[in-house]
Design a protein. Structure first.
Length: 95
């Protein structure tokens, strides 16, 4: 390989390098997620849009056990809870 120079580094250096790379990657991923407009906590209206259902159907899902957060008069739904809840009802076809 042209221009290849072998470089020996200590295990400590490798560990710090991997740690730094991991942290930078994690920060970049979080920034991309934040900038994409995807929020973890949604209003009921946003939740309906996320799932693609009516407000009345969302109320039925609440009665089935979809977790809702009520905090000082504000009602929110956790996107992760919605995904977990929906996956509980997922049916897999066996062929």
């Amino acid at each position: 390989m042209e221009g290849y120079i072998p470089l020996q580094v200590s295990d400590e250096f490798k560990g710090k390098y991997y740690e730094l790379f991991y942290e930078l990657s994690k920060e970049a991923f979080e920034a991309a997620k934040r900038d994409s407009g995807v929020v973890r906590f949604m209003t009921k209206k946003q939740c309906c849009e996320f799932i693609g259902i009516s407000f009345g159907h969302l109320q039925k899902l609440e009665k089935l056990g979809l977790p809702i957060i009520e905090l000082e008069g504000k009602v929110l739904v956790d996107r992760e809870d919605v995904i977990k809840f929906m996956n509980k009802y997922k049916k897999i076809e066996m062929k």
